[in-house]
Design a protein around this ligand. Structure first.
Ligand SMILES: [Zn+2]
Length: 458
């Protein structure tokens, strides 16, 4: 009896433990590697690495990315075009190596943060009661980099096999111009070998339910206008002083700025579709030990402007406006559009506007929009990115590049204090990328119909 009893109780004990384990795993899904809590933890780990300028910790971010790649069984390659500035390329090989590949790009660096102006420290990745994850880079753009990988993790565990090769690239220095990162990558032999057919890069958060998709970006012109004129006594009224001449220019720039801004305010164009001009510095005056000499009109005065130009704007007429209206030599004025007062190009290397077609003529565009909708996401009207991203280096090569960061119902906080992303929105983004990567990696260009083929022969 004793033995029997023991047997029964042992059996029921085992059953009890087994059922309890089942129950525990059912109600707390955080125990497996696929579950949200691990996904969020990995996101927090990436956010906690301080990759802010001027001293981004690229060693730590690279180690983290490479460890993720290992856990996903992805091939990895670290390219250092400039020492200490690693470009990491992860590769998920497709079944058909002849088809152009897909490149999912993100930058690993972030802009600095003023710690004392944040409610939660910018590199703690603290999650508040409502699920908002506070961190520098939570929107721009560590979210995207890791969402690519999480989407691949899911696709792999579902047994998905890509037809096209998928590359995931992590580049440094985007926030300081990308010259040692994406620009070098785009120019490299390594990139040519990758045979990339489409690049995805960053977009912006959307305060409403529609995701934002960007097909081009404005290019920066950094303009410095210099005025010179005869110096004179502070009490004297005379024409053509440096200050007077510069002020007339500034007035003229302001009128142009207002005309562009009015179009945006009236809702006729989006921010990215007009030319923006903002004065960023003013330099004049004769210094004295206590400040400035007050009874003297200076012989030189300077002002700097940040100008952003959409790719379809008339660059030539803007150049004429600068030369004739804003800095006319007849008023002793000169201007510079140089390096740092940089004059970018809105054209690709073939001389075409650097624009990715945002309609059905571009299968990558239709596939992206279709994939987002398939995952129950909503899409806004195609937009021009108001500032610069690394995507321009790929568009300059004539490649299609689309800017997209899946963040709906989120305030735009990139480069701002208290940048955050809600964890539910982050998880939604992974589903969206899962859908996009599946569509992109399965896409095989339809072979021409017999009719098209015979017409081509003619
Ligand atoms: Zn960014």
């Amino acid at each position: 009896m004793e033995g029997n009893f023991n047997q029964i109780s042992l059996k029921s004990l085992i059953n009890f433990i087994f059922l309890s384990l089942l129950l525990i795993s059912a109600i707390s899904p955080s125990k497996t590697s696929k579950t949200p809590s691990n996904i969020i933890t990995r996101f927090q780990q990436y956010l906690q690495i301080n990759t802010a300028h001027p001293n981004p910790n690229y060693t730590q971010s690279s180690n983290f990315i490479l460890s993720q790649a290992k856990s996903l069984n992805l091939e990895s390659q670290t390219l250092e075009f400039v020492k200490g500035k690693p470009v990491i390329i992860l590769k998920w090989s497709g079944k058909n190596q002849n088809l152009p590949s897909i490149m999912l790009n993100s930058h690993t660096d972030v802009v600095p943060a003023e710690f004392h102006k944040w409610v939660h420290s910018p590199f703690d990745a603290h999650i508040d009661g409502g699920g908002d994850i506070y961190a520098r880079g939570s929107q721009d753009m560590k979210c995207v980099g890791l969402q690519y990988l999480e989407a691949i993790r899911r696709l792999k565990s579902d047994g998905f096999e890509p037809v096209r090769t998928v590359y995931v690239s992590f580049v440094p220095d985007e926030e300081i111009g990308g010259h040692d990162g994406a620009e070098k990558l785009a120019e490299s032999e390594a990139f040519k070998k990758m045979n990339v057919g489409i690049v995805l890069d960053e977009g912006l958060a959307s305060p409403n339910e529609n995701y934002r998709i960007f097909y081009a970006e404005r290019c920066p012109w950094w303009l410095v206008i210099k005025a010179t004129g005869a110096p004179g006594h502070g009490s004297k009224l005379y024409d053509n002083s440096a200050m007077e001449n510069l002020l007339r220019s500034i007035e003229s720039v302001r009128r142009f700025r207002a005309s562009q801004f009015d179009v945006v305010k009236a809702g006729l164009k989006a921010e990215g579709e007009v030319i923006s001009v903002n004065m960023v510095f003013l330099k004049a005056g004769t210094p004295s030990p206590t400040g400035f000499v007050m009874n003297m009109q200076p012989s030189e005065a300077e002002a700097g402007f940040d100008i952003r130009i959409p790719p379809n704007a008339d660059q030539k007429s803007l150049e004429e406006r600068i030369a004739q209206e804003w800095a006319p030599s007849s008023r002793n004025m000169t201007f510079e559009l140089g390096q740092f007062k940089q004059k970018g190009s809105v054209h690709d290397k073939f001389g075409n506007p650097a624009i990715t077609a945002a309609d059905n003529s571009n299968p990558w565009w239709s596939l992206l929009v279709g994939a987002i909708k398939k995952a129950n996401g909503k899409v806004g009207k195609p937009e021009i990115f108001p500032a610069s991203t690394d995507a321009r280096y790929f568009r300059e090569l004539g490649l299609p590049a689309i800017g997209f960061s899946p963040m709906a119902n989120t305030p735009i906080l990139l480069h701002d204090h208290n940048e955050f992303l809600n964890q539910a929105e982050y998880l939604r983004g992974i589903e969206i990328y899962e859908s996009i990567i599946a569509e992109y990696a399965s896409y095989v260009e339809p072979s021409p119909t017999r009719d098209e083929a015979s017409r081509a022969e003619l």
